[in-house]
Design a protein around this ligand. Structure first.
Ligand SMILES: [Zn+2]
Ligand SMILES: [Zn+2]
Length: 161
């Protein structure tokens, strides 16, 4: 039988949620079995970028990826993931159940590249801190023509110098 929460319990739940979200940015995969918690104070180790490389396009099944890199210790991943090594050091993770990309760990750099879209709150005036895209990388591989030509962001053929 479903138990209804009394008003005090409801207030307590809301307070708990607020407390957690002030310490960590949270995201989850489509089915909810993988949870990502990013330390809210973590500074990106690799600035948020649109990546047009062929690997990101295939991995995300999208014309480009939007990712930001953080120190690997700053992000806690729970739930079952499946991994694919797209290169010797780069381990790309998906939810084992629904296939949502859930971060790519670069073991040599000690960084986890997170898909910024999972952390975005629809309708929010701006992405969470550290997630605002700052550049385009592998721009020469783009499949979107000149769609981004006027966005004012730097565009690098490959990685920034
Ligand atoms: Zn899932
Ligand atoms: Zn890429």
């Amino acid at each position: 039988m479903k138990r209804l929460l009394d008003p005090i319990a409801r207030v307590h739940l809301r307070a708990t949620t607020r407390q957690l979200s002030s310490r960590a940015l949270e995201a989850q995969c489509l089915c909810g079995s993988v949870q990502l918690r990013l330390d809210a104070d973590a500074e990106p180790s690799h600035a948020a970028a649109f990546c047009h490389c062929t690997i990101c396009r295939a991995f995300h099944g999208a014309p480009f990826a939007m990712e930001a890199g953080f120190p690997v210790d700053a992000c806690e991943t729970s739930g079952a993931t499946a991994s694919y090594r797209s290169s010797r050091h780069f381990e790309r993770r998906r939810c084992a159940a629904c296939g949502t990309p859930c971060g790519a760990v670069h073991h040599k750099l000690g960084a986890i590249f997170l898909p910024t879209a999972l952390f975005a709150k629809p309708g929010a005036p701006s992405p969470p801190p550290g997630f605002e895209p700052t550049m385009h990388i592998f721009y020469e591989r783009r499949v979107v023509g000149d769609a981004f030509e006027q966005d004012g962001l730097p565009k690098y053929h490959r990685m920034p110098p």
